[in-house]
Ligand binder design. Sequence first.
Ligand SMILES: CC(C)(COP(=O)(O)OP(=O)(O)OC[C@H]1O[C@@H](n2cnc3c(N)ncnc32)[C@H](O)[C@@H]1OP(=O)(O)O)[C@@H](O)C(=O)NCCC(=O)NCCS
Length: 181
Amino acid sequence: MNAPPQAWQIRLENPDDGARIEALNAESFGPGRFSKSAYRLREGVTPVAGLSFVAVEDGVLRGSVRFWPIKVGGHEELLLGPLAVQGNQRGRGIGIGLMQAGIAAAQKGPWRGILLVGDEPYYAKVGFSRLPPGRVKFPGPVDQNRILGLSLKAGEILNLSGEIRRAQIDQPVCADGAGVG
Ligand SMILES: CC(C)(COP(=O)(O)OP(=O)(O)OC[C@H]1O[C@@H](n2cnc3c(N)ncnc32)[C@H](O)[C@@H]1OP(=O)(O)O)[C@@H](O)C(=O)NCCC(=O)NCCS
């Protein structure tokens, strides 16, 4: 069956989108998402302003992508994710479109690269590739084959190495990792 024509639009996330994005992420990743190593890096940290995008169609939120500040070997870089698209709307180019919007915006900033944990065949469509195993260290177990990177400045991803940490803590967190309040 052919995908429906593109009628969705991408715009920056605004504060009113928060609850719908949380619901989409819960539906897409389930409760286990909070135990992933990438979430350790998001606890208590606010996504980077100006890099979080949503796809909307007829007022319905179809997808979301966020980017988070991380420190890699002491340098501030970006972590992509979560990226999620409504289950019955996948395969329409929304995920790629969201990432392209975020990457284009990130290219105007000071960061050298974007990291993520995910399926290389999918993220390669927007230019991500595998980092050499052992190059960077997440705060918890991660499949080394799923650590991907994208250079925002020519060749810079080659220089990323070291421990990955939260860039800063913006709000207190409770023990289960959910933000307080
Ligand atoms: C992954 C996800 C964001 C893709 O969104 P989407 O809007 O369906 O993606 P797009 O329409 O932009 O791209 C679809 C293309 O990517 C391919 N693709 C999708 N997921 C893939 C994967 N995991 N591995 C390889 N290719 C994948 C599709 O086969 C399709 O290929 P084609 O264009 O050659 O037909 C969506 O499936 C989703 O929300 N999944 C659940 C949450 C999730 O897993 N997020 C990613 C965390 S790593």
